[in-house]
Design a protein around this ligand. Structure first.
Ligand SMILES: [Zn+2]
Length: 67
């Protein structure tokens, strides 16, 4: 049961931890701590531990794992 989600940066391909509640906020951007880029969660190539359907928003283009 995740209190955190792992988001992969589309630029440097590193995974970092974000809050799922943050991902559920429409229009918010994730911040990569490795290369300092900001991107909408939908641009992430991989998000683990978060179900956007449950948050009521759609993420296109992202491969999502569930655990
Ligand atoms: Zn990055």
């Amino acid at each position: 049961m995740g209190l955190c989600a792992y988001v992969r940066c589309p630029k440097c391909q590193q995974d970092f931890v974000v809050s799922p509640s943050m991902l559920g906020v429409e229009g918010i951007e994730a911040h990569c701590p490795f290369c300092d880029v900001y991107f909408p969660p939908g641009e992430s190539p991989r998000i683990v531990g978060w179900s956007p359907e449950r948050s009521g928003i759609s993420v296109t283009g992202a491969l999502r794992d569930r655990n």
